[in-house]
Ligand binder design. Structure first.
Ligand SMILES: [Zn+2]
Length: 161
């Protein structure tokens, strides 16, 4: 003897999602400048607080330390830096904005740029043994598929300094 509940199959619904989804939104005055400089000049820029003189990163309208308007004191930063730490993930992640595969094959690192700001990005070096010795790195800018701000940097390559 079977019950009515056991015989009942779940009702499934099908939802079709049109892809790709193209979004357009403004990156704003400050991030817009970062995106524009990366796209057009392969440069990293940020603005400086007029009160404490610290660099904001990413560039923004207000200094979080001083709570004052940051303004337009723009600084072109070096695209060289020092690796502080790295993570070598062996499983894939995807960029939620563009759908690109993020981790694997490239290790992710926290890099202190020579101007003092910290950035998380990829390292070119993939050999786990060589990674232990990576200290100084420099950005390698993409030639194609640009217009993604820091995503215009493919990865950071090891440099001898
Ligand atoms: Zn400040």
């Amino acid at each position: 003897m079977t019950t009515e509940k056991a015989e009942k199959k779940p009702e499934l619904i099908k939802v079709e999602i049109a892809r790709p989804r193209v979004y357009k939104w403004s990156s704003g005055r400050y991030l817009g400048k970062l995106y524009k400089e990366a796209l057009e000049n392969k440069r990293l820029v940020t603005n400086r607080c007029p009160k404490c003189k610290e660099l904001l990163w990413p560039p923004g309208a207000v200094c979080g330390r001083c709570n004052v308007e940051a303004g337009e004191d723009w600084v072109v930063m070096s695209d060289k830096g020092t690796v502080i730490q790295y993570t070598y993930l062996v499983f894939p992640l995807w960029d939620p904005h563009y759908g690109d595969r993020l981790a694997n094959p490239y290790p992710t690192a926290t890099i202190k740029l020579d101007d003092g700001v910290y950035m998380v990005h990829f390292l070119q070096e993939k050999d786990p043994e060589k990674l232990k010795n990576v200290k100084r790195v420099q950005a390698v800018w993409k030639e194609e598929g640009r217009g993604r701000g820091l995503g215009d940097i493919l990865y950071f390559r090891t440099i001898d300094e």
